[in-house]
Design a protein around this ligand. Structure first.
Ligand code: PGA
Length: 252
């Protein structure tokens, strides 16, 4: 059985004063029935890790460099994230694929670096609206999945896959439940074909405009094991409501 995961992606949001939201979230969920993750900007990572230390809230990074160390000005390695208190790292988010031209091969190298550092990699895939309109969704996300994951070391303990349609991120638009189910079933089948029975333990998150008001119906879809939440993860109140909906969802 897969333990569900509610993951928050703060993106480039949050200053010192925002740490109180993480503390409030931890206090609201002292014994959650699901895993809870917050990925703040790197500037807040070690302070957030300290602030929620001993609680059930894990913290993670939003990106890492594939190398362990070296002459890469402005970049952060997976080992540095782990050293700062991270347990997870988001990789291949569509905003990084678009803003920084990240390829599947680069994301795969980053995923290998994350696993080597003992981090859980949350690897993101998702189609643009034009790709969906052209009927290419399953081919696009299938190719991203194949290219972004390494051959070795991929288990339910090391990798989480997040399906995030680009056109649903930050827009308030969400695919139909049937569309989400179709993609998640296809991702599950692809993981099983490549990694065998071990793939059954890999959690599949949906992301893109998940809010307190739509979380329950999304979490009722089989093969949806949680969510990657942007805007609604910035406040403890909204994220708590999504966590509660996930706790109430049927078991995987
Ligand atoms: P959103 O972002 O919840 O604000 O749509 C999701 C994401 O990009 O991870």
């Amino acid at each position: 059985m897969r333990r569900k995961l509610a993951a928050g992606n703060w993106k480039m949001n949050g200053l010192s004063g925002s740490l109180g939201e993480a503390v409030a979230l931890a206090a609201t969920h002292p014994a959650p029935g699901v895993d809870i993750l917050l990925c703040p900007p790197t500037t807040l990572l070690d302070r957030m890790a300290d602030a929620v230390h001993g609680s059930k809230v894990a913290v993670g990074g939003q990106d890492c460099h594939p190398a362990v160390s070296g002459a890469h000005t402005g970049d952060i390695s997976a080992e540095m994230l782990a050293d700062a208190g991270a347990g997870y790292v988001i990789l291949g988010h569509s905003e990084r694929r678009a803003d920084h031209g990240e390829s599947d091969a680069l994301i795969r190298a980053k995923t290998e670096a994350a696993l080597a550092a003992g981090l859980v990699a949350v690897v993101c895939v998702g189609e643009t609206e034009a790709q969906r309109d052209a009927g290419e969704t399953l081919a696009v996300v299938g190719a991203q999945l194949a290219g972004s994951l390494p051959d070795d070391g991929v288990t339910g303990d090391s990798v989480v896959v997040a399906y995030e349609p680009v056109w649903a991120i930050g827009t308030g638009r969400v695919p139909t439940l049937e569309q989400i189910a179709e993609v998640h079933d296809s991702l599950r089948a692809a993981l099983s074909a490549r990694y065998g029975a071990a793939a059954n333990a890999i959690r599949l998150l949906y992301g893109g405009s998940v809010k307190p008001g739509n979380a329950a119906e999304i979490f009722a879809i089989s093969n949806v094991d949680g969510a990657l939440v942007g805007g609604a993860s910035l406040t403890a109140a909204d994220f708590s409501a999504i966590i509660a909906a996930l706790e109430a969802a049927p078991a995987a």
